[in-house]
Write a protein that binds this ligand. Structure first.
Ligand code: GUN
Ligand code: ZN
Length: 430
């Protein structure tokens, strides 16, 4: 049965980093979206659409804002239960908190439990697609893909590969196991329903050159998979990489030598880049994933959004759970704004919303399927209350424009602002 979902609908008409933000991103008040078979058919005025499609089931969200479902372009679902762990920087944080937790995913029942919990937390936060690292255990990947399939969610995931003695022995595979197990998971999940496989070396410090080479060969065999890893997150990490790969020209070169730098590569953080790295990443049309709450929480540094968007990069937004301190893409947009201020770029609320949806979709090469509300797109939406708490409501009520009304929810909103999440046109249980 057709559905009509009514509210204030956000639509995109261009890139808000190239044309004026309020032209690129528009809010249609009193609008409705017609949905058939999980896809958007058309968008129009509420009364007109109701009269024309009187047979459709009608869901009225009144003045709430209907946006494309948020897309979290970099996360570690196995870190769900250790989010907000105190007092460490990247390398100590990995050794103290992260690796012991990831070891628990050797148990498929634990992986199943956390995968379901994680995706339900995302839906409660209006996030309908995530790109996640798993652990070295193939069962951790099975668990996430299965949990996403059970919820009809579009998902990107991969087995995290680590074979170097820099990682603890209870959390290491080998170059061959990484290749074989990733390949088997690609066969089972890549392109299966809404699933996409991302070949996933954790980062060069925890892989041998042999493993990076094996994963580069695997990617050449399955070129339409994505590839996700970390790049230049902390200065200590960059020094470490230089010591481990003395012949590399820079951090990016440790991936480049093995065929891991091209379109479809997703580089998390990418904060402290050399001019050569920026030029090559751009020439190869790689995606950069900004993880703002993580970059402040772990003390990594300031990603220069203004510069990277000015250079025309695909940039996605991400929580980086559990290095990031929130599951919420609203909170992630707020942190993007704050880091923008520290790098002298006032990022417009329309740009923030676009980054968390279309920008992430573009980074994942999925902008023809998700990330916008337009005919033919998959019907994944978040419905947002613009007055979800007394603090937000008292500010929003005196707004003179829609963007002045939206901004307090971006800066102060959380899961209480999410009225509903729709996945393929179906309202998810929150
Ligand atoms: N670099 C390598 N692994 C990780 C991780 O799990 N989280 C973050 N933030 N950075 C990493
Ligand atoms: Zn990460």
């Amino acid at each position: 049965m057709d559905k009509l979902i009514a509210g204030q609908v956000v639509t995109y008409h261009g890139n808000p980093f190239e044309i004026p933000a309020e032209e690129a991103v528009q809010v249609l008040s009193d609008a409705a979206i017609l949905i058939r078979d999980g896809h958007v058919v058309s968008i129009g005025g509420r009364d007109h659409m109701r009269a024309k499609h009187h047979e459709a089931e009608f869901f009225d969200h009144g003045p709430a804002l209907i946006v494309p479902g948020f897309i979290d372009a970099h996360a570690h679902y196995p870190q769900t239960a250790m989010i907000a762990s105190w007092g460490k920087r990247l390398i100590d944080w990995l050794n103290t908190y992260t690796f012991p937790e990831e070891a628990k995913f050797a148990d498929p029942a634990y992986a199943h439990d956390i995968a379901g919990r994680y995706l339900d937390l995302l839906l409660a936060n209006g996030t309908t697609t995530v790109t996640s690292f798993c652990t070295i255990h193939p069962g951790s990947v099975e668990a996430l893909f299965q949990a996403a399939e059970d919820r009809s969610m579009r998902i990107v995931a991969g087995k995290t590969c680590m074979d170097r003695d820099t990682a603890p022995d209870f959390l290491r595979d080998t170059a061959k196991a990484a290749y074989d197990e990733s390949k088997a998971l690609i066969g089972r999940w890549h392109g299966n329903g809404r699933a996409t496989y991302a070949i996933t070396p954790r980062f060069s410090p925890t892989s041998t050159p042999e493993q990076l080479d094996a994963l580069g060969r695997l990617w050449a065999e399955y070129p339409d998979c994505l590839m996700q890893t970390h790049l230049s997150e902390q200065l200590d990490e960059i020094e470490w990489v230089k010591g481990l790969y003395p012949d590399a020209r820079d951090y990016l070169d440790t991936y480049e030598q093995f065929g891991l730098v091209r379109e479809g590569a997703l580089f998390g953080h990418a904060i402290h880049l050399e001019p050569r790295e920026i030029a090559h990443l751009k020439a190869m049309d790689c995606s950069l994933i900004h993880c703002p709450t993580s970059n402040t929480f772990i003390g990594s540094g300031l990603f220069d959004m203004g510069a990277r968007k000015g250079e025309g990069f695909r940039v996605g937004l991400a929580t980086d759970t559990g290095g990031g301190s929130s599951f919420s893409m609203l909170r992630t947009m707020a942190a993007t704004y704050e880091i923008g201020q520290l790098t002298h770029t006032a990022i417009h609320p329309a740009q923030l919303l676009w980054l968390a949806t279309y920008g992430s979709a573009e980074a994942l090469h999925m902008q023809d399927k998700i990330g916008a509300i337009a005919p033919g797109m998959e019907a994944d939406f978040a419905v947002i209350d613009l007055a979800s708490t007394p603090a937000i409501a008292q500010r929003a009520i005196r707004a003179e424009t829609i963007w002045e009304e939206v901004f307090p929810t971006i800066m102060m909103g959380d899961d209480r602002a999410i009225i509903a999440s729709y996945v393929m046109g179906e309202r998810a249980a929150l």
